[in-house]
Design a protein around this ligand. Sequence first.
Ligand code: MOS
Length: 740
Amino acid sequence: MNFPIVGPAVSRVDGRKKVTGTATYSAEWARPRLAYAYMVLSTIARGRVIAIDRSDALRQDGVITILGPQNAPKVDGTSQNPNDRYLTVLQDDLVRHDRQPVALVIADTFEHAKYAASLVRVEYAAETPRTRFSHGEHYKPKDIKGEPPDTTRGDADAAFAAAPVRVDNVYTTPIEHHNPMEPHATIAEWDGERLTIYDANQGVWVARDRIARVFGIPPANVRVITKFLGGAFGSKGSMWSHTVLAAMAAKAIGRPVQLSVWRPQMFGSVGYRPGTSQRVALGADRDGKLATQIHEVVSQTSTFDEFVEPSGAITTMLYASPALRVTHLLTRLDYATPTYMRAPGESSGSFALESAMDELAYATKLDPLELRLRNYADMDPTKNLPFSSKSLRECYRVGAEAIGWSERISQIGSMRDGPDVIGMGMATAAYPTNRSKASATATLNRDGTASVRSGGVDVGTGAYTTFTMIAAETLGLPLERVDFDLGDTVYPEAPVAGGSQLTASVGSAVKLASLDALAKLKTLAAADARSPLYGIDVAALDVANGRLVHGASSRSEAFEAILARSGGQVRGSWEAAPGVEKNEYSMHAFGAQFAIVRVDLDLGTVRLVKQIGAFAAGRIVNAKTARSQYLGGMVMGIGMALLEETRPDARTGRFMNANLSEYLVPVHADVGAMDALIVPEDDSHVNEIGVKGIGEIGIVGAAAAIANAVYHATGTRIRHLPITPAKVLGLAEAAPELQS
Ligand code: MOS
């Protein structure tokens, strides 16, 4: 029961199911008389639907019905709490963005539905969409998930004016779409007033409560099941329109209905990372000591809903400086509503801040790593609280050593490899430690196995495995004797698998529920005259290998022997919740990102030679799946730095590259040598298991490290992502159209 600070590297307990095709994803449940729905999406970004001609489509083989604003059942799709998104579920004729659902074809097969959908003719009255930041009404959001949108320390502008060294630039990040391997999908099935939804989402309770409100039925009437998810990255953290549309269709035809979102439809109404425009102004003395940091963020939201990309949040806590001003503004444009995408805020914000720090390093002629050490924050400089733990110095040290930072020649363009020029860059990473209320049950069975349950979703990160490990460790059982199951609202309630919080939240509940079960088992044994442990003080009992053990007397008894006599099982349960730690400590995971790039100065191509990330995130339950999360984040950082950009046509507001053929994500050939190093960190404050969360920090700073390496190689500072060959060659426009 002594948890290691860095746990063993354990392969996924669900790995065999995944590679043999027996892991059931949401679109794959076999339901009797299943019908298929396919969305017809708008081809304009703003205006009205005048008429929908369904006649051709209705005549096609297998078509059952077609829903549109005229005949769709009336439901409530408007936003009702801050984490809900406004849903477009055929309740009116307004078109608010490109690829908005405007009709739904239901047929006996997916292919019939999809083909018939291509024959639905929609007539629009189009209006000119507002597609550039300068078109939108700029406003300050009331709050960002309950936190104020602005943060100030001292007089940031006066300190900037007085600073002997200043850098002051605008950085932009483009719209990015999540593109998980598994597109969104739902199967909805009604039984009278009861609804079962098999849905690709990150949190089954979020989906349950929302859909219950939309249909005006009690949440207890809705069951949501999500057993396997093929990635999400935040896109499945909210419930979106298609899930309701599937349930509407199922109700309309009295059969279960599957709705799969086709890849190009993923660029419609299931969220994206908003474009940002960020001014970062740093003022320092000649020794690189920061006097002030100014970070002004503008990001986009939709005309009908609000999402704030909190890019400035990381700036409020990362570096010590007497003065600081961080502000967030929104601009309303005629695109769909943006949403959380892996490290929402930290990833886009760290590109701006860590690029600016690199610019300051050159302005002060300091090594970029040395500059960061000179501004190291030993306390949270805004909250004025100690960090629960912070091993960033060790991350810098370990990462610098692994990348060979000491061999970096500071002179720009001075490192060569044949015809290519080599650059080395670095950046800092940080991500807050989040946690929500979560429950679990742990049942010790008569055969000596344990069944452990909590409803959180495994988004593909390895949650099945880590929770099995936590239960097994706590219960003193080998892994194969623990059956852990999740992803169902019939199980104990768990929060959304977002904000890197699932392991901290559910892991704590699993540990406490397991301890609760053990306490009951110990009491049973100690009270039973037939047990060798009879009369022993329960506090003196340990567990090992499926036995309760009394160390002092070497007496012990197997779980199954105790349970056989008592005639059944014991069941522990626990609700774990955040406590006062948030008021006493600032809690964050930290890391250091390093990159070596090779640039072809004739072609402008950038290739990753090597990437090293070193991360300290409290206790690591499973070294294998943790490393995999870090590496995945860093690879996504390559995408952010070099490839990913959803390009709207500013005249029409339509996305021009809405498919994986033109929306580029990194493939193997884009990745160089890479490693993620785990820096051991013991944190007794964050939660019962000392876990900080690892799902998102791997992308934070990754793009800046690459951009900084490109500057070191070429002397070209690219402040507008992604870093395309045209920009490296100086052929692209200064600022992107979206932010103009
Ligand atoms: Mo994550 S973007 O909080 O799912």
